[in-house]
Ligand binder design. Sequence first.
Ligand code: GDP
Length: 171
Amino acid sequence: KVKKDKMTILVLGLNNSGKSTIINHFKKSNEQSAIMVPTVGFLIEQFYNMGVCIKAIDMSGATRYRNLWEHQFKNCQGIIYVIDSSDRMRFVVVKDELDLVLQHPDLRNRILPILFYGNKSDLEDSLSNVKIAAALGLENIKDKPWHICSSNAISGEGLDEGIQWLVQQIR
Ligand code: GDP
């Protein structure tokens, strides 16, 4: 088991999916213990909150840094994969990126929990969790515990429920 102070969680997702908004929510929930770290290149945010290191990576904005951010896989204990549930046009890209993550040599044989946020669930044309899971083929993930949560990163709805599941899986 991994100790809490050794925990690194990666927040992955396409640009505009809501990563920064989600990160801001978690920073605010414990502002005093959050320590910001200046970020370079592929990282959009990195901070420590009560010993948990949370790093957000923009997959679409940083293809040329791909090798650098994939390097982070080795040392992470959990992944948050943020999906804009209203962005149907890019579901194929979301699936391709997810498959690359799942097949990555540093992750393939690890029991690493993955939390999916079906974000922007407040938008009228957002897809349900069931439809997102089907579109991304989540039922094919057999070697890792995963969980999908609807979220509205602006109001904060669903975010805490999701992170609680993830942290429980890691402890
Ligand atoms: P990032 O590029 O993944 O970091 O995405 P951002 O956090 O910058 O969010 C992109 C845009 O979507 C911003 O205008 C956010 O205000 C908006 N946004 C993020 N989460 C939600 C949500 O749950 N609902 C709605 N309606 N808008 C959201």
